[in-house]
Design a protein around this ligand. Structure first.
Ligand code: FES
Length: 83
């Protein structure tokens, strides 16, 4: 099922079966957050190994490349949070 997710308060469409990283990338989002060292987080390995795509899903940080899209889900960039 196609749907819509909220990224930093902006509605973005996703396609059925898509991960959050895929939907964000397709929407032109390249910066998923900032590391505690101030470096940009972005899609890198795409298989859950590098932790570079962490986003905040409201409960904690999670890998966007492994996270399936759900209609209405709200996500924010990881910033420099450690939780
Ligand atoms: S891009 Fe490496 S864990 Fe997601």
């Amino acid at each position: 099922m196609n749907g819509t997710l909220l990224w930093n308060g902006t509605a973005l469409p996703f396609r059925a079966g898509e991960t959050v990283a895929s939907a964000l990338t397709r929407a032109g989002v390249r910066h998923f957050g900032t590391t505690p060292q101030g470096q940009a987080r972005a899609l890198f390995c795409g298989i859950g190994q590098c932790q570079n795509c962490l986003v905040h899903d409201g409960t904690g940080l999670t890998e966007a490349c492994l996270l399936p899209c759900r209609d209405g889900m709200a996500l924010t960039d990881a910033g420099a949070r450690h939780d």
